[in-house]
Design a protein around this ligand. Structure first.
Ligand SMILES: Cc1cc2nc3c(=O)[nH]c(=O)nc-3n(C[C@H](O)[C@H](O)[C@H](O)COP(=O)(O)OP(=O)(O)OC[C@H]3O[C@@H](n4cnc5c(N)ncnc54)[C@H](O)[C@@H]3O)c2cc1C
Length: 407
């Protein structure tokens, strides 16, 4: 199979590339390169304002709401160039997860209230779906939302966990149980909650990479205006599934994998073994070639889905395959970087709790580490989670077995 971008799409790529070349600031590129999480709010805010000014604050939204109406292929090109330039993807949970649901199922008041501050970079969102005993089995979630006697507010009680960016979020979109008398999937609703509401406690979790971007969120008698319910009560499960359908190919993390492979190669060009660049040693070159071939194959699968040429009959199984393959490659490619760096990979993030907890403070030791070292070890550890978040690998394999092979 041969895949070629049209001259128009190539010209578009050049335009986007040029923009990022001129506008990705050193500060943004620093965080983008390291892959630190969470990125400080202020950095994200400034970056989002730059994108918004250009009209690219949320390219995947419909134009009517401040998006672009680009084709899936152009959105793909945009994200690829963004990652290549070490740009940041501002507030994924808000722009890619909350907004599509509010656009599709929310009312005009919700669209006018919640979308503009997201575009302008002034408000951050987190996603409160998972609970301590409800991850893969999300339909069993227990956080309750009950209407008060006046019928004006939901009163929410329960606990969420692994909530990314809760620490910096102003708002969260939550799946809550509003009806326990029906089948589990039918009793779940989609609620927008102000994270500053009385009764909310956010307790950061420091993950294995040293970052503290994850959190537990406790909700105790949190009062949420009824107007913040998106769509119909009991339809939260349907809306959450709609989200997954919107983001069919992103789970392959193809941009990430390609960029991290480039970083691995750059490291292996600079690091030497007996005076020979690692990239020229047969054993290492072979590993690089194997991963590169697998990334290329994955990229072509993604492009085929985007071009809607094939897989139409079994798209759900294909999406699960992309997730399994993409997440395994995220782990292999970051492992490659760490192996290339050897002990020098022990330089942790330049910023954040990772630095405080594990890394030497800035000192004369800094000369021992090349500029490309910070963050590689953190990234390697963080990617252990890639086969868990966004749908655990074993569950994806069950889906493939059932849908593709009828097992
Ligand atoms: C870095 C990170 C960020 C996250 N961010 C968010 C967020 O922002 N918001 C949010 O709501 N959640 C978030 N999550 C949670 C994530 O969605 C869950 O971790 C995921 O759904 C898995 O659920 P679990 O952790 O409860 O594991 P479990 O579902 O308990 O799974 C544990 C293990 O059992 C396996 N398993 C489970 N069920 C089956 C089965 N039926 N058959 C075979 N094997 C099975 C799984 O594959 C896994 O290996 C995040 C998680 C991580 C790690």
């Amino acid at each position: 199979m041969h895949f070629e971008f049209s001259p128009e799409d190539e010209a578009f790529r050049q335009e986007v590339r040029q923009f990022f070349r001129e506008h990705v600031t050193a500060e943004v590129a620093h965080y983008g390169f390291e892959g630190a999480h969470p990125v400080p709010r202020d950095v994200l805010r400034k970056w989002q304002k730059i994108l918004h000014e250009r009209g690219w604050g949320a390219p995947h939204w419909p134009k009517k709401f401040g998006g672009t109406d680009w084709s899936p292929l152009r959105k793909h090109i945009f994200l690829e160039e963004l990652v290549n330039a070490d740009g940041l993807d501002y507030g994924w949970q808000g722009t890619h997860m909350m907004a599509p649901v509010v656009i599709a199922f929310g009312n005009q008041w919700q669209q006018e209230t919640f979308l503009p501050p997201l575009l302008s970079g002034d408000v951050f969102w987190c996603q409160g779906f998972s609970e301590p005993n409800s991850g893969s089995d999300l339909a069993s979630l227990k956080t309750r939302a009950e209407l008060d006697d006046a019928g004006t507010h939901y009163v929410v009680n329960g606990q969420k966990i692994w909530t990314s960016d809760a620490k910096i979020a102003d708002w969260g979109f939550f799946l809550v149980r509003t009806d326990s008398t029906v089948k589990p999937q039918r009793g779940i609703s989609f609620l927008l909650i102000d994270m500053k509401s009385p009764g909310i406690t956010v307790r950061p979790i420091v993950s294995i990479d040293g970052g503290d971007g994850l959190a537990e969120v406790f909700l105790e008698n949190v009062r949420v205006p009824k107007e913040n319910l998106v769509g119909e009560p009991g339809m939260g499960w349907t809306y959450a599934k709609y989200l997954l359908e919107k983001e069919r190919t992103s789970s392959a993390f193809i941009y990430f994998n390609k960029r991290e492979l480039e970083k691995a190669k750059a490291i292996a060009r600079a690091e030497t073994l007996d005076g020979v660049p690692l990239l020229e040693t047969p054993a290492f070159a072979r590993r690089v070639a194997e991963i590169e071939a697998d990334i290329l194959a994955l990229e072509w699968s993604v492009l085929r889905v985007l071009a809607q040429e094939s897989f139409r009959d079994n798209l759900d199984a294909v999406v699960s395959t992309l997730k399994v393959r993409g997440s395994e490659l995220q782990q292999r490619v970051t492992e490659l970087q760490v192996d290339a760096l050897g002990p020098r990979s022990l330089r942790f993030y330049d910023h954040g709790p990772g630095r405080a907890a594990h890394a030497p403070q800035p000192s004369e030791w800094d000369d021992l580490w090349p500029a490309y070292a910070p963050g590689r070890n953190n990234m390697y550890f963080f990617q252990r989670a890639a086969t868990i978040y966004g749908g655990a690998r074993e569950v994806q394999k069950n889906i493939i077995a059932k849908l593709a092979f009828g097992l």
